[in-house]
Design a protein around this ligand. Structure first.
Ligand SMILES: [Zn+2]
Length: 78
């Protein structure tokens, strides 16, 4: 990953250096991670990819910014 990127890879807004995303997308990512921890506690084993896939199926309950982070994580991040 390119660390010197100064713009959010999702919305192209400026971001602070150490973060991957801008403020709103960092927030969305954080809530994703928290949800993942809860999910792990409930289901035991579930990969990050499977979790993202589940969430993208549950479309309506997922916020727009969270959805954007999911799409980014699923299709662009390697
Ligand atoms: Zn952003």
């Amino acid at each position: 990953m390119e660390n010197s990127l100064k713009y959010c890879p999702i919305c192209k807004k400026e971001k602070s250096g150490k973060d991957t995303f801008c403020e709103i997308h960092e927030k969305a990512k954080k809530s994703l991670l928290e949800g993942y921890e809860l999910w792990l506690r409930a289901y035991g084993i579930l990969s990050w990819e499977a979790y993202l896939k589940e969430l993208s199926i549950l479309d309506e309950s997922v916020g727009k910014t969270v959805k954007e982070v999911i799409d980014y994580e699923r299709f662009f991040k390697k």
